[in-house]
Write a protein that binds this ligand. Structure first.
Ligand code: AQP
Length: 354
């Protein structure tokens, strides 16, 4: 239970082409949450340095994520759209969180293990500390709800641990101010400065898988472009990728249970269901018993119908970047003002003089 004012926060890294997984797992949820909520959506450009230091065209990568947000239906006037590096309070809070978080907690992060690979000694310190910066991104706005894909679940649990430890370690200091709020965590009453973040993972496509391997997440960094549908793909590319998507020799089952042990079939049915806003059971009621030669063209038509207006709008926005730049500048100013309210209080709680 938390009685903090509801603030929705989420971010996307400018690390390459946005794909259908980013869209269905995250951005579409961002759009749906706008109604009745205070939402802050961030292009997390500082995170982009963690796995690869030098990026070919960082400014346009940042702009293209903002363009995807807007083209998908996010209203940057009612809500806030900005890039992380323009609000230095994220890094400032992240440092304090680096001192709150324990090395043992960071050692458990599976995404670090996956991304660092075998040669962990050569991974950047930033990649290791990534979840601490992510906690700061959210909590510098005292964010309460975070729409993300399934792969971010563990990082959000860590954000809760960091918030809780800060609340407990600084409990006496927080009590001396009027910045805290009484909340209940489990059955325990806690006087908290930071809320317990709620991940919003559920949805029709919390983990979209690669089109080449149904056991691997669809990912920007997969070397094979055939593994993902990019938001900037045209009709021909979408059609080619779906036609070439790996499948098994059987036709589609009539029941969801029949997808068990068939990761590629399960993924394609899941993508169809998410794009059509239908359940998998409903999709199988229509296509059960059919071959992929029938299902794949239907999936191509659906994907093109849903994605092509977004792609066209992204291209329009990117053809003259002045609008995106003005949107990011305006969003960053509003985000900075809000983040500074929190940081003034945090500096006071920690005991920093300024
Ligand atoms: N395959 C996916 N299915 C569902 N959701 C996904 N997300 C990412 N991949 C999938 C969600 O998209 C949001 C933004 O992700 P990100 O760019 O910040 O980082 P990521 O999770 O590392 O995404 P990628 O595309 O897989 O990039 P690389 O290849 O750089 O690692 C997040 O909410 C994420 O959950």
């Amino acid at each position: 239970m938390n009685e903090f004012k509801k603030v929705v926060f989420s971010g996307v890294q400018p690390t390459g082409n946005l794909h259908l997984g980013n869209y269905l797992g995250a951005i579409r949820k961002f759009v749906a949450l706008q109604e009745g909520n205070d939402c802050i959506y961030c292009v997390v450009d500082m995170h982009a340095l963690t796995a690869q230091l030098v990026h070919e065209d960082m400014p346009n990568q940042i702009r293209s994520i903002a363009a995807a947000f807007i083209a998908s239906g996010i209203d940057p006037e009612k809500h806030i759209v900005f890039n992380q590096s323009a609000v230095p309070q994220h890094a400032e809070l992240a440092w304090i969180f680096n001192c709150v978080a324990r090395i043992g907690w960071m050692n458990r992060m599976t995404q670090f293990k996956d991304k660092a690979g075998k040669d962990r000694e050569q991974a950047s310190l930033g990649l290791y500390a990534y979840p601490s910066l992510m906690a700061a991104d959210i909590l510098v706005y005292r964010g309460t709800h975070v729409p993300v894909g399934d792969d971010q679940k563990q990082h959000l649990e860590l954000a809760r641990d960091i918030a809780m430890k800060f609340n407990l370690d600084y409990a006496e200091h927080i009590r001396k101010t009027d910045y805290g709020i009484d909340i209940t965590v489990g059955n325990e009453p806690v006087h908290a400065y930071f809320p317990m973040v709620e991940p919003l993972i559920d949805g029709p496509a919390p983990r979209v898988m690669s089109l080449r391997d149904g056991t691997k997440k669809m990912s920007k960094s997969d070397p094979s472009d055939l593994s993902r549908i990019n938001l900037m793909d045209d009709e021909e590319a979408i059609s080619k990728k779906i036609r070439k998507a790996k499948t098994d020799p059987d036709g589609l089952p009539s029941e969801v249970d029949g997808l068990k042990g068939r990761p590629e079939a399960d993924n394609l049915v899941g993508i169809y269901a998410a794009l059509a806003d239908r359940s998998k059971a409903d999709v199988l009621a229509e296509f059960g018993g059919q071959q992929f030669s029938v299902f794949k063209p239907a999936l191509v038509d659906l994907a093109v119908n849903v994605l092509s207006p977004i792609t066209a709008e992204m291209r329009r926005l990117m053809s003259d970047t002045s609008h995106i730049d003005a949107t990011l500048r305006n969003g960053s100013e509003r985000a900075r003002a809000r983040a500074e309210v929190t940081m003034k209080q945090v500096r006071d709680i920690v005991g920093f003089l300024y």
